[in-house]
Design a protein around this ligand. Structure first.
Ligand code: DGL
Length: 284
């Protein structure tokens, strides 16, 4: 994406403008939920790329191309900031997006790394994520920038995303897969585990059951929302008041299967999501 393509507005959006949030599918809603909780006055435009999920087994070039299309789409709403609510995109495309954009942008990996560094007591952190995120070693990089003494153990869990997308959040099949993935992390005595994929908080109770009570589970969404608030404050972009009633505070867009998305979204976010619109994201 060229600089001019992304810098579409001569005047940058102000406080009133919405926040753009995106993910490859429904997982980013776990981040939206946290943003709604921590900064409830904000307007949000969410895009979930339900037609092209999963991103976690795609190449970096493809993930960058998809992300650039989504950012172009979100910018048509004059968003004041972008939240990359996907670890895979944060791992693969953050640098490319940051390079060409003139509004603040935040991903989930750096905040998650920080939270885990604060949580660990024995200096042994596990990360579960997609193949792309684990392969990129991005958590290792950010954690060791904060503390080079910490050891990081990554484990790709590629079956978790389809299990979540199928709604098998609490199911014997998910228990069994979790046992296969997580046993080696138990054996190496980690005391902190990063849920390094925005889908995974939805199977948190399964992960907890398998990994045991002694391991701190880090959901990067919490720290991401906290840092987003700071970022908005620093740019004088934080909304002081709730938007007017009927002003469409939350809007949801996806690239395929709106009904399924709405059912999912309503079970993740308590605010009633009445509709989601389908867009042809390839056109952006
Ligand atoms: N939600 C994505 C992430 O956080 C994973 C889903 C996918 O593979 O697209 O990495």
């Amino acid at each position: 994406m060229t600089e001019t393509e992304l810098k579409q507005n001569n005047e940058l959006p102000g406080k009133d403008a919405p926040i753009g949030v995106f993910d490859s599918g429904v997982g980013g809603l776990t981040v939206v939920r946290e943003i709604m909780r921590q900064i409830p006055n904000e307007k949000i435009v969410y895009f979930g790329d339900t037609a092209r999920v999963p991103y976690g087994n795609k190449s970096q070039e493809t993930v960058i191309r998809f992300s650039e299309q989504i950012v172009r789409f979100l910018r048509t709403f004059q968003v004041k900031t972008i939240v990359v609510a996907c670890n895979t995109v944060s791992a693969y495309a953050m640098e490319a997006l940051e390079r060409d954009i003139d509004i603040p942008i935040i991903g989930v990996v750096k905040p998650g790394a920080r939270e885990a560094v604060l949580a660990t007591r024995n200096g042994r952190i596990g990360v579960i994520a997609t193949e792309a995120t684990i392969g990129s070693q991005i958590y290792t990089k950010y954690i060791n920038e904060l503390n080079p003494q910490i050891s990081i153990y990554g484990k790709a869990c590629p079956l978790f995303v389809p299990l979540v997308e199928e709604g098998l959040w609490e199911d014997p099949v998910t228990d069994e897969i979790a046992r296969r993935y997580l046993t080696e992390l138990i054996d190496i005595d980690i005391d902190t585990l990063i849920l390094g994929c925005t889908h995974y908080p939805l199977i948190r109770s399964t992960v907890r059951k398998v990994i045991g009570e002694g391991v701190t589970l880090v959901n990067p969404a919490y720290e991401t929302a906290r840092q987003l608030r700071e970022l908005l404050l620093a740019h004088d972009l934080l909304r002081g008041e709730p938007p007017r009633l009927g002003s469409n505070q939350y809007q949801f867009y996806i690239s395929d299967k709106a009904d399924k998305f709405v059912r999912f979204a309503n079970s993740i976010i308590k605010y009633g999501i009445l509709s989601a619109k389908t867009v042809n994201i390839e056109a952006y």
